[in-house]
Each structure stands twice: as C-alpha cells, then as structure tokens.
Write a protein that binds this ligand. Structure first.
Ligand code: S3P
Length: 431
C-alpha cells in the first residue's frame, strides 16, 4: 500500500535525528575487533545496523542490547571465528565492504558474505582487487558482485591510490592494514568521510594523515575503545532540514547531530543556496581527531537560489545529493551536480531513480553522465513516486509530498527503516 504525504503546514519544534549509520556500523565492527568489552551508547536501531550486530555475533562476538546502549564483547583483532553459515549483510553496503577488511587478515578460517537482491547488484571488485594486492584470499562472483568468499591469510601493507573517493573502500583497507605486515598508505583523490580513522585513533592506533594519504602501520597488537557515543546522523537529519527549508513558515531545531567536517557538504550546499548558516564546526588542519563533532542546527524556511555542486564536494554530500535535486526544483535558476557517477552504484541507480522520480512529480530535471541538472520553478506539482526499495528515495518522496501542491504518494515507504525507522513519526511530530 502506498503512503500519501499531503502538502503540509509549517514544521515546528525540535527533532533529534536517529544515530549515525556509518558510525554505528564502524562501532560494532571495531568493538568486535577489541579484546575488552565496548559500550556503544546511542547505537542505531535500524535494518542495516542490526545486520552488522548479527554479523559480528556470527563470527563470535557477544552482543547485549540494553535500553540505551549495546555492549559488544569482542573477539580481538585476530580472533574472528568461522560463522555457522553465510554471513547475511541484508541491505548493508557498508557492512559487506568493511567486514572483509577484518576477516581477510585472520590467521585461519573461511567465510562467505552475501545479502539481498540490491546488495547483489553492487560492485565489490573495488575492495576485492586492493585486498588481493595485500595478499588476501578473496573472491567475488565472476561479475564482481556478492557473494564474497574469504579465507584468512597473512597480509602485507600496500601503497594504494583509490580510483574513486570512497569512505567504504578506504575503511576496508585500513582495517586490513591493522593485521598486515608493514605500512599501508591509502591515497584519496578527494576527501571522503573519516569516521574509521577517528575511531581507530580513539582505539589507540597511531593512524595519521600525510596530505591526501592516510597511513597506518600494521601488526597492531590490540584495540581498546571502552565507550563510544554515536552522534545523530546528518544524512537522516537532512530530510527534516530540507522539509524545514522548503515548507513555508517552518522553524525547527535539529539536535545532537554529527557535524564531522567530512559529512557537512550538504550544509555548505544549502548555505550557498541561501539557507542554513553554519559556523565552522571543526578546524581544517586538526589532523585526525579521536572524536566526532556534534551540534544543533537552527533551520527555517527560505527562498533558494540554484548552485553548482563540483566533483570535489560530491563525497562530502554523497547521500544527500537526491535532496539537492529536490531543493533545486524549488530554487531560482539552475542547480547542477557534477562528478557524481558514484550515485549509480548506491541502493538504487540514484541518478536514474531521482531524475525519473522527480520528473514524474513535475520537476524540470535531466540526467547527465555524471549527475543531473534541475531548472527550478519555485514549486512542485506532486503525484506518485516509487522508492525502488531505496531508503533515501522513500524519504525523498515524503519530503517532496510535504512541499508539493497536490501531495505525493510513495510506494515502498517501508524501505526508510534501513536507516531511519522512526521517520514517519518524527515528521508527524513536526508537522
Ligand atoms: C558510507 C560511505 C558512502 C555512503 C554510504 C556509507 C560509509 O559510500 O554513500 O551510504 O559508511 O562509509 P561510498 O564509500 O561507497 O562512497
């Protein structure tokens, strides 16, 4: 049954977004690699991150869920056990790309990782090839997708330049680098999210940045985390922020949201479009901090002007680019996103699904090879949109509905639970 999102009156009040999905995945995995128990406060309770808890349990870690925290009893860096069957990653791209980095360097054992239909379409050679260069015994399907088979083997460090900026691939190789002999150096063409680097620094790993290269020395003895506090997810909050900006008369406070400088691309884009002012939350030259920046955002509705998102901004706003398309439909002038081919490899082909979806609601939008161009008209008619099983498409449709003239019917709304299970309730609370 489709869900109808009617044109809305002003959004008011405050909202605490769900915990950060990227940081939750990393917290569970790195906690499982520790020798002593780790308390994860504010762990995200969602489809994707619950897959990660099940996956670490499958390789021997203990997981206790308490009211407001998850306790993980890790098996140590080299202690992953063989799983009773296939490790099921569900829909979680971050899990299937990060976990092999850990498993490949185990002294012994075999594992198979697989997921849902959408996971089986996503490219895995981006981790398989560099892991093999490190000595890993890892295989994907002949077409380069899941399932992935791994046999633990001795690894050695590499100097590797990522062909595309990717927080997932970088993280996978850094995790592999921990158990490898020698030094691993990963060069990024553009900066991508650095949660793994920060969490490893917090776990006592002497990880460092040398210009655009992340450096980690291998044969690490042990990791120790103690307690991790997961901040709110800016990528989830972005849907509320966009709704607040687009629906006339809105004013809302978004509380306790992660403001890591490698995640705030959407706020910089919004700033240029005329909404949301942001004081710099973090110094640019601070090295690799062992913590995550957190803050509150005051959002109000405003008129927007079009902007161009350049390729170097793309990794810093990758999951929010569908919202940039929607915002662009309401802005004065043209909004262009360049250098975003990676959108084609997300939970859906997000260039195709966003462009077709918003065009179906009346937006003047066109796909390009590496992004899209939207000519703003100041309003959106409304109509029907499908999530294609993609959580961010489902929430995009909902926000479009609130800001539209006729409302939007979203089919496949339940996909939102992959990252934001309380999405509909939080929206209802604000509207
Ligand atoms: C993620 C990195 C990004 C992002 C994804 C989560 C992560 O993917 O799109 O939702 O947690 O590292 P890529 O690293 O593939 O760009």
């Amino acid at each position: 049954m489709p869900t109808f999102f009617a044109p809305s009156g002003p959004l008011k009040g405050s909202v605490k977004p769900p915990a950060d999905k990227s940081i939750s995945h990393r917290a569970a995995l790195i906690a499982a690699m520790c020798d002593s128990p780790v308390r994860i406060r504010n762990y995200l309770d969602s489809g994707d991150t619950n897959s990660t808890l099940s996956a670490v349990q499958a390789v021997g870690a203990g997981v206790e869920r308490k009211a407001d925290e998850v306790l993980v009893r890790g098996v140590g860096l080299r202690g992953a056990q063989e799983a009773p069957g296939v490790v099921d990653v569900g829909n979680a791209g971050t899990l299937i790309r990060l976990m092999p980095g850990w498993l490949c360097g185990q002294p012994s054992g075999d594992w198979e990782l697989d997921g849902d239909e959408s996971i089986r379409t996503r490219p895995m050679l981006r981790i398989v090839e560099p892991l093999r260069l490190m000595g890993a015994h890892i295989d994907a399907n002949p077409n380069g997708t899941a399932p992935i088979c791994i046999e633990g083997a001795p690894l050695h460090g590499i100097d590797y330049e990522l062909p595309v900026a990717s927080g997932q691939v970088k993280s996978c190789l850094l995790l592999a680098g921990l158990a490898a002999s020698g030094t691993t150096r990963i060069r990024e063409p553009q900066a991508s999210r650095d949660h793994t680097e920060r969490m490893l620094a917090a776990a006592g790993v002497p990880i460092r940045r040398d210009g655009d290269t992340i450096v980690v020395d291998g044969l690490v003895d042990e990791l120790e985390l103690g307690v991790i506090d997961v901040p709110g997810d800016l990528s989830s909050a972005a849907f509320m922020i966009a709704a607040g900006v687009l629906v006339k008369g809105s004013r809302l406070l978004v509380k306790d949201v992660g403001l890591n400088r490698t995640r705030i691309g959407i706020l910089r884009i919004l700033e240029r479009m005329g909404a949301v002012a942001l004081a710099d939350p973090e110094r640019q030259d601070a090295g690799i901090p062992a913590f995550e920046a957190v803050g509150d955002l005051d959002v109000r509705s405003t008129t927007l002007v079009g902007t161009t998102v350049e390729p170097d901004e793309v990794p810093l706003a990758i999951d929010e680019l569908p919202l940039v398309a929607l915002l662009g439909a309401f802005a004065e002038g043209e909004t262009v996103v360049k250098g975003a081919e990676e959108l084609r490899f997300k939970e859906s082909d997000r260039i195709a699904t966003v462009v077709d979806g918003l065009a179906g609601l009346g937006a003047d939008i066109e796909a390009t090879d590496d992004g899209f161009v939207v000519r703003g008209t100041g309003s959106l008619r409304g109509g029907r949109i499908s999530s294609h099983g993609d959580h961010r498409l489902a929430m995009l449709g909902a926000v479009a509905g609130l800001a539209s003239e006729d409302g939007v019917e979203v089919s496949g709304m339940k996909a939102a639970a992959v990252s934001y299970p309380g999405f509909a309730q939080d929206l209802a609370h604000l509207t």
